[in-house]
Design a protein around this ligand. Sequence first.
Ligand code: MN3
Length: 203
Amino acid sequence: MFSLPQLPYAYDALAPAISEEIMTLHHSKHHQAYVDKLNAALQEVQLVDSGRTIEDILMHLDDIPERVRMAVRNNGGGHYNHSLFWQCMTPGGAPLSADSTLRQMLEDIYGSMDACMEVFSAKAAGVFGSGWVWLMPSGEIVTSQNQDSPLMDSGVEPLLGLDVWEHAYYLDYKNVRPEYVTQWWTVVNWKFVQQRYSDATNG
Ligand code: MN3
């Protein structure tokens, strides 16, 4: 059985970048629904107590019986993506230190952190419909549709993810997704992202 992870901060802690109302709905309703539907789909094929991690399930979707595979892909992806997303944010944000290895890598590729963030923001603006933007351990910035994760195709876990589904910002920003992205940068937990990069490159 999968369960909803606790947020590492209060529902109102990311305001004004993301309001308490959005955080409450997004975590306690949307994410909870992904968890519930994932468990229901796995239950249907007697896999709910298999003990497999969500990462393992998403990397081997072909092993899931076809009649529930799409439900596991969508809701398992939703569970994995949101679990990562919450941790990628922290009240007030946490910047990268000057000697951060992640900063070094991104500056080598993009020229500067600002330039890297501009590429990421442009990709976020360009996602058609519902999806995500991801920073990969290679430094590459990729997008996915719906609740898909790069993990599904590549087996590689993203370092940082941004939810650009309308439910993530519409109450605060209406249709102006770029403003949501601009404000989101102020709450990004780069220290967490650096830790994931260190783990990915040393492991
Ligand atoms: Mn969402």
